[in-house]
Design a protein around this ligand. Structure first.
Ligand SMILES: [Zn+2]
Length: 127
């Protein structure tokens, strides 16, 4: 059963609540300290090594679908957006720009030329 991390808005105490997925969102949670129902879910980045592994695997599956997408920028853009979400991390503004351009039908080559910074991911010793 998953543990949810809550903070009480009244007394500011942190507490954990065990809720099944069925209970979550239905069951009223109250503060274990002052019984207040004025509580909020605490947003924590839940990143467990094991689930990361699973995520990488599912991304690898996505990547295998990449072949042939060079000719289909819109599908490529959609796929990149999906992967960006799965990574769950803040993505650099360039990423969104690339995805936007792909989705508007620009080819990866065009995009690479118009965003010169994109090529600089290698340690920069080709100057
Ligand atoms: Zn409280």
């Amino acid at each position: 059963m998953p543990t949810y991390d809550f903070i009480c808005n009244d007394c500011n105490e942190h507490f954990d609540v065990f809720l099944s997925f069925a209970e979550y969102g239905k069951k009223k949670v109250s503060c274990t300290h002052c019984k207040s129902k004025n509580v909020r879910r605490r947003m924590t980045k839940v990143r467990v090594a094991k689930s990361d592994e699973g995520r990488m695997e599912s991304m690898a599956d996505d990547f295998s679908g990449f072949e042939g997408l060079e000719d289909d920028p819109k599908s490529m853009g959609r796929m990149m957006r999906k992967m960006g979400r799965e990574m769950g991390e803040e993505l650099p503004p360039e990423f969104n720009e690339v995805v936007d351009r792909l989705e508007s039908g620009q080819s990866p080559d065009e995009i690479e030329k118009s965003i010169p910074d994109l090529g600089k991911t290698d340690s920069g010793d080709n100057d």
